[in-house]
Design a binder for this molecule. Structure first.
Ligand SMILES: Cc1ncc(COP(=O)(O)O)c(C=O)c1O
Length: 378
């Protein structure tokens, strides 16, 4: 944290621990893999991972090997799975670091087997079935081939199939017919694997939305991300309904306050014009910090006890709010979003206003914003 950061994302690690505890309860028999990719959804990779393990998660999930290696370097020893391991990934480092790797095709399986022979450590793999998302994983037509190859590699000791998994397309819309189709596809993929002699330790399918709303998707391991940060997977699955609370509060301080005459055009393009003599406050955060430029004129922030809309265009490093006749001065605290406990908007509310999802709001908060932790673990 720099000596005087212009903005601070305060991350409540106890909220993350408690949210994970709640998810562990909801998961029942299934273990919980806390998804901490993208710098813990913008909250901070290592502190979030520690809080999640403290809350009862048994596994950690990341997108890329670099993220997994950073967790190992920080001394975290839990089972750890990387979901996207493309060409050029440092497979020997994955093997020596005991990092589990998702595999969706025979080429990658062969790369891993070769790395395993070179390093002398079997590759721990999670075979990914594409059951209808058409993103990662082997489509149904290629699945039998992949599991047979995996069974062979397992027999020759180069590969250990730890998991079989898939990912849902529409779990954030409970009752969506695609989910039933994917559940059936996953069951079929598991059966084929079983017949080929592949018996994974963990079968996993559920993201936050599925964990919260679709018990049939839980299997042996669930992979919640957004819910552990206290945000909603989508408008149809509100986090508050499950007693989850947002962990990040984005704060700043007024950099400059001044009075201007009526009729003043404010910020680039003069998209806001003062209706009478008024006060303006300059907030030193902009799209360069992840404040969506599309939020000019629509997003609200909490300043001096009231919600106020961003006046005009969000710039790279700053935006302006109209404070009317209220007494606002340089140094006054601004809360952009948080859990809502002081009357500030939540990240989910910002997302609704912008037609996006809370994930995008928190993951985009950039490196110029300091992170400060409440309840940090050693
Ligand atoms: C493979 C995988 N599992 C789980 C998750 C967590 O999803 P969510 O944040 O919706 O719970 C993600 C994130 O998108 C993912 O890519």
């Amino acid at each position: 944290v720099s000596s005087s950061p212009h903005a601070v994302a305060v991350v409540d690690l106890d909220a993350i621990r408690d949210n994970v505890g709640r998810l562990v309860e909801l998961a029942g028999e299934a273990a919980v893999c806390a998804v901490v990719k993208a710098d813990g959804y913008g909250h901070g990779l290592v502190p979030v991972a520690r809080a999640a393990l403290d809350g009862g998660a048994g596994w950690l999930g990341v997108a890329f090997l670099d993220e997994a290696l950073a967790l190992r370097s920080a001394g975290l020893e839990s089972p750890l799975v990387a979901f996207i391991v493309g060409p050029g990934s440092d497979l020997p480092a994955a093997l020596t670091g005991q990092i589990d790797v998702a595999v969706g095709d025979r080429a990658r399986l062969a790369d891993l087997a070769a790395a395993a022979r070179a390093v002398g450590v079997p590759a721990r793999v999670h075979l990914e079935a594409d059951t209808g998302l058409s993103r990662g994983g082997a489509p149904a037509a290629d699945w039998a081939d992949l599991v047979e190859a995996a069974a062979k590699a397992q027999a020759d000791g180069t590969v250990s199939v730890v998991g079989v998994w898939s990912h849902l397309a529409c779990a954030d819309e409970p009752g969506h017919p695609a989910t039933a189709g994917q559940l059936a596809g996953f069951a079929a993929a598991l059966e084929l694997a079983d017949r080929a002699g592949v018996h994974p330790e963990v079968r996993h399918l559920a993201n936050s939305a599925a964990l919260l709303t679709e018990p049939a998707a839980r299997y042996d391991l669930v992979r919640p991300g957004i819910a552990m940060y206290g945000l909603s997977p989508g408008p149809g699955v509100a986090a508050a309904r499950f007693e989850l609370r947002p962990a990040m509060t984005l704060t700043s301080r007024v950099a400059l306050a001044k009075r201007v005459p009526g009729g003043s055009g404010v910020s680039y393009g003069h998209r806001y014009r003062t209706t009478g003599e008024t006060g303006l406050a300059l907030i030193p955060l902009g799209y360069g910090d992840g404040i969506p430029r599309a939020g000019g004129g629509t997003l609200e922030v909490l300043l001096a006890g009231a919600r106020r809309r961003i006046a005009g265009t969000v710039c790279m490093d700053q935006f302006v709010v109209d404070t009317g006749a209220d007494s606002v001065g340089a140094g006054d605290e601004v809360v952009l979003f948080g859990p809502g406990s002081q009357g500030e908007p939540t990240a989910d509310e910002w997302a609704d206003v912008l037609g996006t999802i809370g994930y995008e709001i928190v993951t985009r908060i950039g490196p110029r914003v300091a992170r400060r932790y409440l309840g940090e673990r050693p």
